[in-house]
Design a protein around this ligand. Structure first.
Ligand SMILES: Cc1cc2nc3c(=O)[nH]c(=O)nc-3n(C[C@H](O)[C@H](O)[C@H](O)COP(=O)(O)OP(=O)(O)OC[C@H]3O[C@@H](n4cnc5c(N)ncnc54)[C@H](O)[C@@H]3O)c2cc1C
Ligand code: SF4
Ligand code: SF4
Length: 562
């Protein structure tokens, strides 16, 4: 049973007693007189808003499919397997704001603590504080069983990969088919870890123990899976339904889920394999960079995408002298528009990074160890280490001859089905359709990998579940500045789109992109409040024409009775 708050707007006086009670119960003292002088100020988790559709209390709704959990790359937001409750472990939160980006209801930023807060429905109290404080009983607590469709499927599900997509597939298969056998085959030697937190660990902002985003032996103990670690899938025979492993073993399956992710894309220039040239994709990369990233050394970061910039910031934190080489005219060109990209470039420059835009590396020079890099301008830069962050490439050679259709990634439909019945694929190794552009591609981000993994796991055991496709979004935080990018943020790349610029001053930039009455992109720099609303409008392709306000549209999407 998961306890959720139910709200009746007809009864609400908008007196905000619930907000006050919530802040007090979440203060250190839990007493009003002391709470009002506490620093940092206690944060409320519920918010009363008055909109065109009446009064509402924004609160966590304990969603059946909680997007906040799916997007949380630290595991701070997770579901308790026993009862399905969504909980937030604030100590694990790294403040990345991915959850704020996807949820317009239950997540609140907590800048003083550099993390978020979320309604915990006053776990530990018989009656939540807001419910006790509400004079009209507009807010009430209700215990609800989490609805799960169960199937009698009792075959063998084999999952290749134990990261976002693989773990999500395992969770979904187990939720829906308690009787099935699950084997996870993974090249990872140790327990599941979060790849997006690697840059945080490099910067020393999280301890490496926090990279584990699920508890110790989670797949074995809580998911009842057999896990084969440190072994790669090297061949697939779909006619015999057999997977060949790097240890010579062969495993038969009834359903196969390929969640093998991707590796850092390599640059094909002379000297790219010299010592001191790295990518950052796994724990081994982290160890190697960690040893090489000694304060005072000269680092060249090649690639101005999200990962390249995270690495840049980490190396600045470690007191290296950093040069960023970006082929595009501005950093983050896949995520943001030129104006924002230039702001980002300036931000890095203000923090001591030498930013070279419109330039590419054509050679890495050194005997055994990299010593210099040559740019396409002919300029030669001294380098002690080089980190390449130029996107990702799936490693799918082992699928050759298997009849599974592979383009850049494994081609899948909305339910993560491949061209071969019974074989599914999810995450960074799979390509699906971007609902805005209509093009098939890989959206190599954690929430998409996780949701595809869930769709694959559910559908594989007989509960068909789809995803909205290769959605594009990311929440980044560089030197304390938040940036959220959703969908297509450059209207020139989308015929028939129009732009609404809502803010453009020194610290804030906010722009929405519409096409055919639908929000197809949003870009927030600095102040990222309201991102969850924009994300839902984009994700659900809500028609916001005819003066239908965005807020109204979001509320229209809410489930009845909530
Ligand atoms: C430094 C860094 C920062 C990032 N920052 C963000 C961010 O801010 N936001 C965001 O949304 N995303 C971010 N990402 C991307 C995110 O990590 C990926 O989208 C996500 O990890 C994809 O999950 P996945 O399960 O598809 O694949 P992966 O995480 O790549 O995992 C692949 C799994 O498959 C296994 N495997 C691979 N090949 C085989 C094989 N042949 N046989 C057996 N096992 C195999 C691997 O061992 C691993 O367990 C970042 C990534 C990195 C590296
Ligand atoms: S997505 Fe939002 S409303 Fe749903 S469970 Fe998460 S925090 Fe609560
Ligand atoms: S801010 Fe990031 S780490 Fe913290 S709960 Fe949200 S998604 Fe998880």
């Amino acid at each position: 049973m998961a306890r959720a708050l139910v709200f009746d707007g007809e009864r609400c006086l908008a007196c905000r007693s619930c907000e006050l009670a919530c802040a007090v119960i979440h203060s250190r003292s839990r007493r009003l007189a002391e709470a009002i002088v506490e620093e940092p100020r206690p944060r409320r988790r519920v918010s009363v808003v008055r909109g065109v559709n009446g009064i509402d209390a924004l609160r966590c709704e304990q969603c059946d499919e909680p997007l906040c959990v799916f997007s949380c790359k630290s595991g701070a937001l997770h579901r308790v397997p026993a009862d399905g409750r969504v909980v937030l472990d604030e100590e694990r939160c790294v403040g990345c704001l991915m959850c704020l980006m996807v949820c317009p209801y239950g997540i609140r930023p907590d800048p003083a603590r550099d993390r978020v807060t979320r309604c915990d429905v006053c776990a530990g109290l018989d009656v939540p504080a807001c419910v006790s404080a509400c004079p009209t009983h507009a807010l009430q607590a209700r215990d609800e069983a989490v609805a799960r469709a169960h199937t009698a499927f009792d075959g063998h599900v084999v999952i290749v990969g134990s990261s976002a997509a693989g773990v999500a597939a395992c969770e979904a298969a187990r939720e829906h088919a308690p009787g099935c056998a699950i084997t996870v085959v993974t090249a990872d030697q140790g327990p599941e870890y979060s790849r997006p937190l690697l840059a945080y660990a490099l910067a020393g902002r999280v301890d490496t123990s926090l990279l584990r985003w699920r508890p110790e032996r989670y797949l074995e103990n809580e998911m009842g899976a057999t896990v084969v670690r440190g072994v790669r899938a090297v061949g697939l025979d779909t006619s015999r339904r057999a997977l060949t492993l790097s240890n010579g073993q062969e495993i038969g399956f009834d359903r196969l889920i390929i969640a093998a992710g991707a590796r850092s894309a390599r640059v094909s220039v002379p000297g790219a394999t010299l010592d001191g040239v790295f990518g950052l994709r796994d724990l081994e990369d982290l160890d190697a960079i960690d040893r090489a990233a000694v304060a005072g050394r000269r680092a060249i970061v090649v690639g101005g995408g999200n990962v390249g910039l995270q690495v840049c910031e980490a190396l600045v934190d470690r007191k290296l002298s950093v040069t960023l080489v970006v082929k595009s005219a501005y950093p983050l060109s896949q995520m943001v528009d030129e104006q924002t990209g230039r702001r980002v470039g300036d931000l890095f420059a203000r923090h001591g990074v030498t930013v070279r835009t419109g330039r590419d590396v054509v050679e890495m020079i050194g005997r055994q160890q990299v010593e210099q890099v040559r740019l396409d301008s002919g300029e030669v830069l001294p380098a002690d280490i080089v980190i390449v962050g130029k996107g990702v490439a799936p490693d799918l050679e082992w699928l050759k001859g298997s009849l599974v259709e592979v383009r850049r990634g494994v081609v899948v439909d909305a339910c993560a089905r491949t061209s071969v019945p019974g074989v599914f694929a999810a995450g960074d190794c799979a390509e699906s359709v971007d609902p805005v552009s209509g093009r098939s591609g890989i959206s190599a981000i954690w929430p998409v990998a996780y949701e595809m993994g869930r769709a694959a796991g559910s559908t594989a055991v007989g509960v068909e579940q789809s995803t909205p496709g290769a959605l594009r979004m990311n929440a980044s935080r560089f030197f304390g500045v938040s940036i959220i990018s959703i969908g297509e943020t450059v209207p020139e790349r989308l015929t028939g789109s129009s732009v609404h610029l809502l803010a453009n001053d020194e610290s804030t930039y906010r722009k929405l992109v519409y096409r055919d009455g639908r929000l197809v992109g949003a870009l927030l720099y600095g102040d990222v409040s309201g991102a969850g609303t924009y994300y839902r409008l984009y994700r659900e392709a809500v028609d916001v024409r005819d003066g239908a306000l965005e807020e109204l549209a979001v509320r229209a999407m809410r489930r009845p009775g909530r």
